[in-house]
Design a protein. Structure first.
Length: 144
């Protein structure tokens, strides 16, 4: 009888430990998604100036569009003035790593920012784009 009680208590203890382990997996820290770091999560108007253009940030199923007003004619300068992009200088210009507070780190997980003018992927970097009134520009978070 004593042996049966000991076995039952041992089994109950093992079950309790297994349940606790499963719960910690299920209800532990959620996996952080890139959009969790976004500075702006809703369409927003930013800046002041004579030129108005549209800038969209695409991350997975999330999108936010900025109506940007500026006197800057260069896309890099216009977006940096509003703290919408940041990155590292390279021999080709700014290597954009952060857009709207979201960092894409190719060295860590193969993520990078693809730049578009209208619906076409840009053939030049953000330094090489002259903004046009009512122009549409975007960065898309890309992996792989």
């Amino acid at each position: 009888m004593k042996q049966t009680t000991t076995r039952i208590l041992t089994l109950l203890t093992i079950c309790a430990v297994c349940c606790a382990a499963l719960l910690s997996c299920t209800y532990g820290d959620p996996v952080k998604k890139p959009w969790d770091d976004a500075t702006y999560t809703q369409d927003t108007a930013l800046g002041e100036g004579e030129i108005t253009f549209y800038f969209t940030v695409n991350v997975e199923e999330h999108h936010v569009t900025f109506t940007v007003s500026t006197n800057e004619t260069n896309l890099r300068r216009a977006l940096q003035a509003l703290s919408l992009i940041a990155g590292d200088e390279s021999e080709y210009g700014l290597y954009v790593k952060t857009v709207n507070g979201i960092t894409a780190d190719y060295d860590t997980d193969g993520a990078w920012w693809a730049l578009y003018e209208g619906d076409e992927m840009s053939m030049v970097g953000v330094d090489g784009i002259t903004v046009s009134p009512d122009g549409r520009y975007s960065f898309t978070y890309t992996k792989g």
